[in-house]
Design a protein around this ligand. Structure first.
Ligand code: MTE
Length: 332
């Protein structure tokens, strides 16, 4: 992964969790009231992130996202401000600079959107996002996101466990891995048109089936109570909180269950630097930098480096049983 000398993010306002939740409650109540009055489509106008509610996206999705239920995940975490979550991104389809995705992702067409589910499962097919999300309860989970580049954020995602989706397609016993693919559309994605790109598009990621079925593994369709901004992987992306961020593939169009280990984008580019497992591990350094600590983008600030110690599995020890008897130095 290219490493840019990341200048400190300037601090925007700190969004405390309670302030955010109060706001969310207000939005939900307003949404319900407006829906009752037949004015649901204007609910988005009540947005509170300084008018940054995404202008695109279908109303049914905005409403479903706004109605997500709260969970216990990450209640004590200090959230990364919305502005930083949506302006400091990695989405190489839109450029390699941290501010490129926010600037260039407007050209991504996210509605209509369909996802193909195929491979080693009883049921297969291509489905509209609406059909996938129909009768899928959404929840909010505050997760830490640790990038392999040694910065991190805390993000309130809205989504559903991937396991809930996979179960509907009845995986066969031959399904050992799950492969995910991002949209390939050079006309919409400036980074895919670039002659200098070293990535063999489309972006592909994969998990072992038990990792995919783990209750922590989330498919996200929103953040901060709103639909996903395009730069964050609209309309649907993966979030695997105990792994380095590059596993959390954006703008997914295909999910394939496979018997063999899929070839993933970063492993193909530099297998010695970006392993298949990519579990956050402070004891296994990247060949070019330490992974023992990270820069937490929370309050930012010119004088605050916000350097914190990196935790094993990014602080999600409940996944350690997935890796018993595995040498995590070899399987990095
Ligand atoms: N997915 C696609 N399709 N393309 C990408 O370049 N970058 C990954 C991941 N998913 C990437 C991607 C990396 S390196 C990180 S750290 C996270 O997205 C960043 O997610 P965020 O921009 O929402 O914080």
């Amino acid at each position: 992964m290219l490493i840019k000398s990341a200048a400190d993010i300037k601090s925007s306002e700190i969004t405390s969790h309670s302030a955010y939740l109060n706001r969310r409650k207000f939005m939900q109540n307003s949404g319900v009231a407006l829906a009752a009055m037949g004015l649901a489509s204007t609910a988005g106008a009540l947005e509170t992130h300084a008018g940054k509610q995404p202008k695109f996206g279908p109303d049914w999705l905005k409403q479903q996202v706004a109605g997500a239920t709260e969970t216990h995940f990450g209640k004590d975490e200090k959230l990364t401000p919305y502005r930083d979550v949506t302006s400091y991104n990695n989405f190489y389809e839109f450029g390699t600079g941290k501010d490129d995705p926010a600037r260039n992702a407007g050209s991504l067409i996210t509605d209509p959107w369909s996802v193909t589910i195929e491979g080693e499962c009883e049921k297969q097919g291509t489905f509209n996002l609406e059909d996938i999300l129909k009768s899928m309860p959404l929840e909010e989970r505050i997760y830490r996101l640790r990038c392999v580049e040694a910065w991190s954020m805390v993000i309130p995602w809205i989504g559903f466990p991937l396991a809930e989706l996979l179960k509907r397609f009845k995986p066969l016993s031959t399904a050992k891995y799950v492969e995910f693919t991002t949209l390939e559309a050079p006309k919409q994605m400036i980074g895919q048109r670039s002659r200098f790109s070293t990535i063999d598009w489309p972006y592909v990621e994969a998990l072992r089936i038990d990792e995919a079925m783990n209750p922590l593994t989330l498919m996200a369709v929103g953040l901060y109570g709103e639909i996903l901004p395009k730069q964050n992987g609209a309309p649907i992306r993966l979030v695997v909180p105990w792994k380095y961020g590059f596993k959390s593939i954006k703008s997914i169009v295909r999910i394939r269950l496979t018997a063999k280990k899929p070839k993933t984008t970063w492993e193909q580019l530099a297998a010695n630097e970006y392993g298949f497992y990519a579990n956050v591990n402070p004891k296994v350094d990247h060949p070019r930098w330490t992974q023992a600590s990270e820069r937490r983008i929370t309050t930012g600030g010119l004088f605050s480096r916000n350097r914190i110690e990196t935790q094993m599995f990014n602080g999600y020890p409940e996944v350690s049983s997935l890796y018993t008897n595995m040498d995590l130095r070899k399987n990095y």
